[in-house]
Design a binder for this molecule. Sequence first.
Ligand code: 5GP
Ligand code: ZN
Length: 113
Amino acid sequence: MDCIFCKIVAGEIPADIRYEDEELIAFPDINPIAPIHLLIIPKKHIPSLIELPETEVSLVGKMAGAANKLAERENIAESGYRVVINCGEQGGQGVFHLHMHLLGGRQLSHDMG
Ligand code: 5GP
Ligand code: ZN
């Protein structure tokens, strides 16, 4: 399958893996928009949030748990951070493998764009 994030999961494209468990990995965004900008993704290919089966919604909770751990590790837990999942065209999704952005390390705008 021609999916860039699946290739990162498979180790075919290098990435600095900052977190890994049975179901998830996290690595820095190649084009960061904040001092801390990590992507948390399921190892399994799920194209987008809307395509997440109802039986697997707990996966997003696990992604949030990983985001919290990473925020602690990256020292942004106290200063604050943002997690974002873009879904579909108008949601601004560019890579069609489910992922959660973890953003922090600067004051983020209240304007969600
Ligand atoms: P989206 O816009 O789909 O929510 O976010 C996709 C993100 O993936 C973008 O912020 C983009 O910079 C990042 N990205 C795209 N290709 C790669 C890649 O090959 N490696 C990494 N680490 N990030 C990528
Ligand atoms: Zn994929």
